[in-house]
Design a protein around this ligand. Structure first.
Ligand SMILES: [Zn+2]
Length: 438
């Protein structure tokens, strides 16, 4: 071999594992660009921790000439360190938030701290059980982790940093009533999540509309969290159907809206009417229905009308849809307020149909793929579209017939299942290679 690069390529061709994200750089600028990409886009999706990369002189002849200092420090290799991605700070308060499906989840307010080059003030706590299991208390010192673009998480408390902790800090208790509407909270058997059952709960409405407008769902540009809160406060909007009745004049009466912004937002709302049924199904926030289930349902039934006529049994018969999702969907559409909402959306000219997918052959033709965890650059919707346009089927659960699993950060049980079944697991970069995008 003449170069490090050739050596690595040869090792790889012999089946010896080598780092997949290597790059051959010609200038220091390229090295920094590579390091930046690894640190901010790739690191979070790896299933092992890294604190940097190694930059090596490529030519083996030059390596020899440069030599090794004291028999252990080569002059031709140097570590390029990343910002540390774990920090210690104080947990100021544990608050709870009402999600769009009514799920009430705790989150942490932190003394601001720098983690991985970003100031972190909030961290997810997932659910009440996890807070109890980790015995997190308001006032605790905690270890905070942030990897890639993922929401920061609390790894564990550091009890020894608080003198007399057991006397000073009280164990945290989940509230018994909804922080937004005061309705007693409910817990479904066998589920970790706790719900506010009130469908008219303002907390649910806000989060529901935020999800409806989000990039993964109806993708309404300019309809931000604060804008939606403003529209709800002004009593202009309570459900997604109301968005399509908004006028430029109504918006102009609100704080912070000028002609251009108001016209732009109304145009963006108008554009979203053409979104396919799959995006609308995801946008509605039916419990257990995410991007993939929404696409499976939309493709199978084709129109909203057909789906509304389907029984839980019909829905459960769709390939890739399990009983829990089927019951959830049928239950949702039985609800008169959901039916009324669909009617309102239909009257306002939304598409309510799914176009037939064009590609039946491609790089991944005939393959079955599962996506799990958050990917460094692609949203779940984009990843699914990309895989399907290459001819593969995307399913929501891992089985023996799964060809491979694309795993991002925090992959969860699908990742474990794939390992257990020996299904191949790849990252986003490898996926892009396989669909011919990189
Ligand atoms: Zn509530």
């Amino acid at each position: 071999f003449k170069t490090q690069w050739e050596l690595l390529a040869a090792l790889e061709s012999w089946g010896i594992p080598v780092a997949p994200h290597r790059k051959r750089c010609h200038t220091l600028k390229e090295v920094h660009a590579w390091a930046h990409k690894i640190e901010h886009n790739i690191r979070g999706s790896l299933n092992f921790a890294i604190d940097g990369g190694v930059v090596k002189v490529d030519s083996l002849r030059l390596q020899e000439e440069l030599g090794v200092v004291g028999g252990r420090d080569p002059r031709w290799a140097i570590a390029r360190k990343f910002a540390p991605d774990i920090a210690e700070t104080q947990l100021l308060r544990i608050r709870v938030n009402v999600g769009r499906t009514g799920a009430v989840n705790p989150y942490a307010e932190l003394e601001p701290v720098e983690v991985g080059g970003v100031i972190v003030k909030l961290a997810t706590l997932h659910n009440a059980d996890l807070v109890a299991k980790k015995d997190l208390r308001e006032g605790d010192w905690v270890q905070v982790k942030r990897a890639g673009e993922v929401i920061p998480q609390i790894i564990a408390p550091i009890p020894e940093k608080t003198a007399n902790r057991d006397k000073v800090l009280k164990p945290w208790k989940m509230p018994t009533h909804c922080p937004s509407c005061g309705t007693p909270l409910e817990r479904e058997e066998g589920e970790a999540a706790i719900y506010c059952p009130n469908v008219r709960c303002p907390g649910r409405q806000l989060e529901g509309l935020v999800h409806f407008a989000s990039r993964e769902a109806m993708d309404i540009r300019g309809l931000s969290y604060s804008r939606i809160a403003q529209l709800i406060d002004a009593k202009l909007v309570t459900d997604p159907g109301d968005l399509y009745c908004l006028t430029v004049d109504q918006l102009l009466k609100l704080d912070g809206f000028a002609q251009k912004g108001a016209t732009g937002l109304i145009a963006a709302i108008e554009t979203s009417k053409a979104q396919p049924l799959s995006r609308l199904l995801n946008a509605l926030g039916v419990r257990h229905v995410g991007t993939i289930a929404a696409q499976l349902l939309a493709r199978h039934f084709g129109t909203m009308d057909a789906l509304l006529k389907a029984t839980a049994r019909d829905i459960g018969g769709v390939r890739g849809i399990g009983t829990i999702i089927a019951e959830g969907v049928a239950g949702y559409f039985r609800d008169p307020s959901a039916r009324a909402l669909i009617g309102k959306l239909s009257e306002n000219g939304l598409t309510l149909e799914e176009p037939r997918p064009a590609a039946t052959f491609g790089e991944l033709s005939g393959k079955t793929v599962v996506v799990t965890g958050s990917l460094p650059t692609l949203t779940r919707t984009k990843a699914t579209e990309l895989i399907e346009s290459a001819g593969a089927r995307v399913t929501s659960s891992v089985s023996k017939s799964t060809t491979f699993v694309v795993a991002g950060a925090d992959p969860g049980s699908k990742f474990a299942k794939a390992k257990e079944l020996g299904v191949e697991i790849i990252d986003e970069a490898e996926l892009l290679r396989r669909v011919g995008r990189e």
